[in-house]
Design a protein around this ligand. Sequence first.
Ligand code: FAD
Length: 302
Amino acid sequence: MSHLSVATRQAEKRPNVSFEFFPPKNETMDERLWECVRRLEPMAPHFVSVTYGAGGSTRARTHETVGRIVTDTRLTPAAHLTCVGAPREEVLQTAEDYYEAGVRHIVALRGDAPQDDDFAQPEGRYTNVVDLVTDLRAHRPDLGKVFEISVACYPEPHPDSRGWDADLAHLKRKQDAGADRAITQFFFEPEIYFEFVEKARAAGITIPLVPGIMLQPNFNGLKKFAKMCGASVPDWLHKLYEGLDDDADTRDLITANVAAELCHKLADGGVEQFHFYTLNRANLALSTCHLLGLKPATAEAA
Ligand code: FAD
């Protein structure tokens, strides 16, 4: 893989990046988020998204965060919205509230049901993200036309997967219901992504499948999360973080390099958009962008 060839290609075409944040829980986290937003703003991302806690647990904080992105920055926010188990009217009201706050992009998700719940929900509550995407388009046609809708997809089987055929048919239903793009769960081997894209294209999925790139320098946390969501953690990654439990600085450097290397390989295979799971840490997202040859928009204009 040649960084030079990537740099040359990027001189011709600037890759699209988007950044994902989570809504802060306290003042310290709030300061960290906004420092992160300010430092990443010059990278001119396509959009920045803000997660939504399971069961609507962060509804107010997600709303406040996307609202502030609208009023205080030049960034385009995307608000995540999970639906499983929640009353339809309540979820659609949240979407309308986002609209009123100036948000025009929703990341529509089923989310995780509370434990011991088999997704069987009482009448009037969502069980399925396809219904949410359908409703977002149809409930208020005026809003439905305006919203850009992203959904999630899984290059490696999600724990609830019923097999590839069912997964691809489900993703196709999300597309057919009106999703504009799907953002992938994180992965570490480019082949995993390329094989997934090939299967998806063969199944009639034509929307962009944007790779989600994880920037989690806490390797123990990463392993736990990967286990929960079905992402594989390759042996070589275990080896890279070996012996670094007490060395956060080196873990940061490795994390940015691993992410950049993955993006380079994806870019060599034709990928032009990357979604970064920033964990509200500017340094990792910024170094990864720089390693990718992306300069702040202001520096490019100069
Ligand atoms: P789906 O894609 O609907 O389903 C997940 C799995 O079940 C897939 O394998 C799918 O094929 C299968 N499945 C579901 N229904 C059917 C069906 N009818 N037939 C066949 N197969 C089916 N969680 C949060 O709580 N808040 C967030 O903000 C958040 N943001 C996320 C952003 C991204 C980009 C990603 C990838 C995940 C995010 N998550 C978030 C995690 C997500 O909520 C969980 O992975 C959840 O378990 C699945 O939600 P989903 O919308 O992806 O579900």
